[in-house]
Design a protein around this ligand. Sequence first.
Ligand SMILES: C[S@@+](CC[C@H](N)C(=O)[O-])C[C@H]1O[C@@H](n2cnc3c(N)ncnc32)[C@H](O)[C@@H]1O
Length: 249
Amino acid sequence: MKAPREWHKIFFKNSFYNPASPAALENAPREARFILKQLKLKKGAALLDLCCGPGRHAVEFAGRGLAVTGCDFSAPYLAEAGQRAKNKKVRLRLVRGDMRRLKFKEEFDAAVNLFTSFGYFHKFSDDILTLKGVARALKPGGLFMIDIIHGDFVRANFRRRDWCDMGDHFHLEENSMDADGTVSAWTRIARNGGRALTRTFFTRLYNKTRLTAALHKAGLEPLKFWGGFSGVPLSVKTARLICLARKRS
Ligand SMILES: C[S@@+](CC[C@H](N)C(=O)[O-])C[C@H]1O[C@@H](n2cnc3c(N)ncnc32)[C@H](O)[C@@H]1O
C-alpha cells in the first residue's frame, strides 16, 4: 500500500473527512484549558495554531483573550474556522499556507500543532522544515506544544484491519506499518448504500526519542511530555504524545 505524495491535498475535504466531529468538538474546550495552563500566556499574547483545521481550538484560545493566528492548507476548513469565530464572536486571523513553508518571523509567543497534524510527508526532511518554520515563527524563548499519535502505542497495538459504525456511515481501515510509519487506507461507506470512497495516507510514527531528535534539529528544546490532555504521564499505554518545547535562544 502507498499513499500519494501530497495526500493531504485530497484527504482533508469535507466530502471525505472533517476533524471537527461532534466528539472532537466536545473535547476542544478541555484540551484548550490544558494547553493554556502549560503555556501560561498573558492576555493579548500572540499564538499560532498551525494546522488549525476548522478552528475548534483556535476559537477557544481567542475566547480566552489571545491574539490567535490559524494557519492551514485547506481552504474549506479555514472558511469553517472563520464561520466558527463569527458564531462565537471572537477574532481569528486565518492564513492559508503549507506547514513546510511558513513565512512568519519571530511573531509568536507560542505555537501549537494539534490532533496529529504532523508527520505527513514522505520525506523526513519536510517534517524538519515544518519544525524549523515553527522555530522561526516564535519569538526568542517562545513555546511550542505538539500533540500527535504516540508511535510506541501504535506499534504495540497495531491492527491490520479495523472498522466502526459512525452512524451515517461505516468507516473501514486497512493499515500497514514499517520502520518509518504507517500507511492507512480509510474507506467511507454511506449507511444508505452510496458509493464507497477510499483515501490513503501516511503518518510518520514518533516516540519521545524520535520527536526529541527532530525538535533538536529545528532548534527547539523539549521541556515536558504527557500521554494525554488529562495530564497522564507518557507511556506505551498512552495513545497520544504531547510535548511542550521551547525555542532555544
Ligand atoms: C487531523 S487535522 C487537525 C485539525 C485541527 N488541528 C484539529 O485539531 O481539529 C490536520 C490538519 O492539517 C492540515 N494540513 C494537512 N497538510 C497540511 C500542510 N501541508 N500544510 C498546512 N496544513 C496542512 C489539514 O488541512 C487539517 O486541517
